[in-house]
Write a protein that binds this ligand. Structure first.
Ligand SMILES: C[S@@+](CC[C@H](N)C(=O)[O-])C[C@H]1O[C@@H](n2cnc3c(N)ncnc32)[C@H](O)[C@@H]1O
Length: 254
């Protein structure tokens, strides 16, 4: 039986990788490498391996060529499903060709594999298709939500309160979620906080969390939204990409 590990490696700070993840990187026969959106993230993955894999020779590194996602598609959910199926095909080819029976392989996941990441879904889809058998396990990682709350030194929830996690796309499309008091927003390419600027909210914003480029802003949303806009634009221009996460906390619920 082949064995696959989905290994959460945190959001950028190499010191936030777990001992379980380091052990996995040192034990597997193969690391499957997926092309990331930016060369910087690809380099960060290589740096993690160079720093933490002590075994010589290290695991074989196998590049998996995945299809690109159709980002212009109007049917968003269908486009994601099609993309996932294309990824499953690419992973099947890589696992069949490069992982022998009895060997183990790892997919590295930024942050935690349970949060806005399709590694688990793609592995489940591969198993459901039935023509490839393997066992798999998930190693948790520090997520960008944890990196955000730690950087701001805040608890994620208020006393006995609920927290909702959503995307920039949903916040823009449907506004403040009904009944929510604390909302974490991820995958926000366009400054979705502007959709709720009139609500009495505090914001705890962080970009490139856990990296030397980390940016943090906290305050009343209405007061700091322009500053966040400016920082996002300048960072996007400087680096060519941005990854940010923020918590919006209703002042009305205090
Ligand atoms: C595809 S999701 C992956 C989330 C990841 N699995 C996690 O546990 O954080 C990508 C989103 O995660 C957030 N993210 C990931 N890394 C980040 C970082 N270093 N700083 C801020 N946000 C980050 C951003 O909201 C980004 O749009």
């Amino acid at each position: 039986m082949r064995r696959i590990l989905a290994v959460g490696v945190g959001t950028g700070d190499p010191e936030q990788i777990t001992i379980a993840a380091i052990r996995a990187l040192n034990e597997v026969d193969v690391i499957f490498e997926l092309e990331r959106a930016t060369t910087e993230l690809n380099r960060a993955r290589v740096a993690l391996l160079e720093r933490f894999v002590e075994r010589q020779p290290g695991p074989r590194r196998v590049r998996v060529d995945e299809p690109a996602r159709d980002r212009g598609a109007t049917a968003y959910a269908q486009a994601v499903r099609d993309w996932r199926t294309g990824r499953a095909d690419a992973w099947r080819r890589a696992i069949t060709t490069d992982l022998a029976d009895g060997e183990s392989g790892a997919f590295l996941v930024w942050g935690d594999p349970s949060l806005y990441d399709s590694t688990i879904a793609v592995l489940d889809e591969l198993l459901a298709q039935g023509d490839l058998s393997f066992e798999y396990a998930v190693i948790p990682g520090i997520s960008s939500v944890q990196a955000l709350t730690a950087a701001h030194r805040i608890p994620l929830n208020r006393v006995a309160g609920a927290v909702q996690i959503t995307t920039g796309r949903l916040l823009s499309a449907t506004g403040w979620p009904a009944g929510a008091t604390d909302v974490v927003v991820m995958l926000d390419g366009k400054g979705a906080y502007r959709a709720v600027l009139d609500d009495p909210l505090d914001v705890y914003w962080g970009a490139y969390l856990g990296t030397p480029d980390e940016l943090l802003v906290a305050g009343r949303l209405i007061d700091v939204a322009d500053e966040i806009d400016r920082l996002r634009e300048a960072a996007r221009e400087r680096k060519g990409w941005i990854m940010d996460t923020y918590l919006l906390r209703s002042r009305a619920a205090e």
